[in-house]
Write a protein that binds this ligand. Sequence first.
Ligand code: 3IO
Length: 342
Amino acid sequence: MKKYVYLVVCFLLICTFLNGCKKDNGGTADKPVTITLTYANFPPASTFPCVQMERWKTEVEKRTDGKVVVKTFPGGTLLDAKDMMDGVIAGQADIGCLCMAYQPGRFAVTNALALPFGIKDAKTGSKMLWDLYNKYKPAEFEQVKVLTMFTTAPSNIMSQKPIRSLADIKGISLRASGGAGEILQAWGANMVGMPMSATPEALQKGVVQGLFSSLEVMKDFSYAELCRYVTMTDTSIYPFAVVMNKAKFDAMPDDVKKVFDDLAEEQMKWTGDYMDNHVDEAIAFSKEKFQVEFIELSDEQKAEWNKKLEPIIAKWVEDNKAKIPAQQIVDDLKQMMTEPAE
Ligand code: 3IO
């Protein structure tokens, strides 16, 4: 009997020992360590921030030969729009995708991209944002590792009633965020600020009668069904960042860090391209499926609308110059606009 007890105890000890070996997982030649990373995103899976997230995941898993596994969480299931930056800093998610317009004061330098410069597409905007970030390396990103940045295509007004003039837009409740919101106000709209992820409900409930953003959302959020009119303004883009918990990044092997660093600029370009192409698809979809009317302003009207925006850049410089080199940033962006994106 004693012998059996002895054997059982030995067996249990061996089990405990083996289990311990498994947990500490040093990574042997035949079974390398797998690094699992969580990646949080705020809008639904079908929308462009999540499409670029899946593309990044695929590339990372391929390029690290399966050493890194990325678990993606679209739709605010891990972190919500406004919690993204703090959540990543706190380690609630390893990686997060955030729209900088949702915290305009926090991201003062990079939100300069939302000023009404007339940046023509996402490809140009994304390159400008990336270059601006790399030139200034703003202090607000010191606590994280920046994995990439990109922007939307220019914003246009999507609405339930036609907006053909400044008289039409007056007092209409339209949803936007950050710099784009200030533009709506300058045109006389009743700007309602909220993240994109809260907008479908606000439109459904009639809290807003439309929104101001890039047009791919007509398809991806099915806004074309509710907003049968688009007024083409092609102003203001929304800047985005993908950030990673710094301690988590620092703890990764050098070859993995290199994969992430090599992907940063490529991901920026890929997303800009995807966005621009997807806007074209969404316009075609909206016309075909929902007979959405795309309203073009006359040259005279464009001049009138643009005139309303003239004070915005100067005011932004005035409001920000104590904290950041605001005038220099504006000059840099104007210079970058003259350079080809490729
Ligand atoms: C955006 C945000 C989430 C999903 C799709 C999107 N297309 C454009 C935006 C820009 C944005 O953040 C906004 O609030 O308009």
